[in-house]
Write a protein that binds this ligand. Structure first.
Ligand SMILES: Cc1cc2nc3c(=O)[nH]c(=O)nc-3n(C[C@H](O)[C@H](O)[C@H](O)COP(=O)(O)O)c2cc1C
Length: 142
């Protein structure tokens, strides 16, 4: 199974989380700002944040170019200062493209004084455990 750990970030939390997850599962973290080709990817674990209640516009723009024909499944690790926010537009784009969303994990980031100190070690471990579970559950390709 080809798994990619991708991230897009404004303030580096997603990069930190993605690199920790990638190291834990023996992969490299890929910066999605470089728009890597997603051909032949079975599972994308995508780490990103929330800004003014939405995903980065650059991430949404890139997601609009994805196709279910060359891209199978996605699991989302989203950090936000409230840890409640879902990447609604991103989820909508994935659904419209029939790309299967196999899991969502939300962890705390921080903004100004809200949730200072996050993401912390516990948040990062939550993301790692989520990624390991998703990979184990979806690793059906020999
Ligand atoms: C400009 C800006 C806007 C933000 N807007 C929100 C928001 O609307 N809701 C929220 O819960 N968190 C918000 N946050 C917090 C981020 O989602 C959080 O810190 C996240 O971890 C950032 O990820 P990144 O460091 O990978 O960019 C915002 C952060 C920034 C810098």
């Amino acid at each position: 199974m080809k798994t990619v750990i991708g991230y897009m970030t404004k303030t580096k939390h997603s990069e930190t989380i993605a690199k920790a997850v990638a190291q834990a599962v023996g992969l490299e973290a890929v910066n999605m700002e470089n728009k890597p080709t997603m051909y032949g990817v079975d599972l994308l674990i995508l780490v990103s944040g929330i800004y003014a209640k939405q995903s980065m516009p650059e991430l949404l723009e890139y997601a609009r170019t994805w196709k279910s024909a060359n891209f199978q499944k996605v699991a989302l690790i989203t950090s936000s200062s409230s840890a409640e926010q879902r990447p609604k537009l991103l989820l909508q784009i994935l659904k419209e493209k029939y790309i299967e969303i196999v899991g969502e994990c939300r962890v705390k980031g921080n903004f100004l004084l809200i949730s200072r100190g996050h993401p912390n070690e516990k948040d990062i471990n939550t993301a790692i455990e989520f990624a390991q579970k998703v990979i184990a559950e979806n690793d059906t390709v020999e």
